[in-house]
Write a protein that binds this ligand. Structure first.
Ligand code: NDP
Length: 338
């Protein structure tokens, strides 16, 4: 079977030779473990942070070991009483065709109404991320508040805006390029979308954001950082809430490079008295059953739509991952292994 390990740490942009494809024996499950054949591997921005040596909210990925990653697949052998061959399970087996895990680290998923891959998207970690930041931090207070989300066509952002629409809010996306923006408005039902690539500087971007948010901004779900953050901050209403979920525009920095995501006008904290709070979805595992139930209902009922970019075969993972960090993905980035 094949797996991909971290071969070296990137210096700035990730390159294909930071990864190495290896052929290894299919692992055998020990007592209490389950052997899974991976059908889909999830590629996620957080993996970029794991590739660095420096401090992050998660431990660095060790060199020479299978790259971390969420997966969905099929049980092929089980030495755990709770799992049988043929069952579909979500887990964190990493960039590999086959993996073993303890039964407690796997969740069975029902693929009769919702396709397997969606458990890595809107009814998985990204969906839960959207749910937590929107419901618990932005926590809309009254109908028709304006909720803005960056990386709006992506796995997380697309769910944020659709939850806001379900609740009767005004949802405004920010995304890169006319195609992504058209999708966000026409398919996902957002009220407006700003194509940040149309702006040549912060001033122009601020003008575009202003035009899309005539009543100001009550909730901002931040996925990107940089100029986008400052353009939206200038529009915050009194007592607005900003959920800091990700700052992807800084992920590919060199180890000692200063972040671009500086707050240019801290006076806004006083002017708008807004709250800004970062979060990591895995700190809130107690809420996952509640969130996933709601998301499953909306996805199963067609109220939350989603789009995927699917790379074929494990060997395509490094390139697809590099693409994710450059915005080449359109919706949830997956690698299909079976
Ligand atoms: P997406 O599916 O949104 O894909 C990433 C998107 O980010 C790209 O398609 C691109 O969209 C945008 N992007 C990439 N590079 C840049 C850049 N340099 N500047 C601006 N935009 C860029 O990914 P996810 O939905 O999986 O993740 C979205 C965010 O959520 C990330 O910041 C991620 O780290 C964060 N996250 C945080 C979690 C938490 O617990 N806090 C958990 C999961 C995700 P476009 O073309 O529109 O620019």
């Amino acid at each position: 079977a094949q797996r991909i390990v971290l071969a070296s740490r990137p210096d700035g942009h990730v390159s294909p030779d930071n990864f190495r494809l290896e052929t290894v024996d299919v692992p055998a499950p020990a007592e209490g473990e389950v052997l899974v054949k991976v059908h889909y591997l999830s590629l996620d921005p957080y993996m970029r942070g794991r590739m660095n040596e420096s401090r992050s909210y998660a431990q660095p990925q060790p060199l020479g070991e299978t790259m971390v990653g969420g997966t969905v697949g099929e049980v092929v052998a089980s030495r755990h009483a709770g799992f049988e061959p043929g069952e579909h399970v979500v887990g964190n087996l990493g960039w590999t065709e086959y993996g073993v895990a303890k039964g407690a680290a796997l969740q069975k998923v029902d693929t009769s109404r919702i396709p397997m891959s969606a458990y890595l998207g809107p009814v998985g970690m990204p969906g839960m991320t959207a749910w937590y930041g929107y419901r618990k931090i932005i926590a809309p207070k009254r109908a028709s508040e304006t909720i803005v989300v960056s990386a709006a066509s992506g796995a997380v952002g697309s769910v944020v805006g659709q939850l806001a629409k379900i609740d009767g809010m005004r949802a405004v996306g920010i995304a890169g390029g006319p195609e992504k923006c058209a999708y966000v408005v026409d398919e996902l039902g957002f009220d407006a979308c700003v194509d940040y690539k149309q702006a040549k500087d912060l001033r122009e971007l601020a003008r575009l954001v202003r035009a899309a948010t005539p009543d100001g901004v009550d909730g901002y779900f931040e996925n990107v950082g940089g100029d986008v953050l400052n353009a939206v901050m200038a529009r915050l209403n009194t007592f607005a809430r900003v959920a800091v979920c990700g700052l992807i525009s800084d992920y590919d920095n060199k180890p000692d490079e200063p972040a671009r995501s500086a707050i240019l006008n801290p006076a806004m904290f006083l002017v708008a008295r807004f709250k800004m709070e970062g979060f990591i979805v895995s700190d809130h595992l107690d809420l996952w059953p509640e969130g996933l139930k709601e998301l499953g209902g909306h996805v199963g009922g067609g109220r939350i739509k989603y789009r995927e970019t699917v790379a074929e075969g494990l060997a395509s993972a490094p390139d697809a991952f590099i693409g994710l960090l450059k915005g080449r993905n359109f919706g949830k980035q997956l690698v299909k292994l079976v």
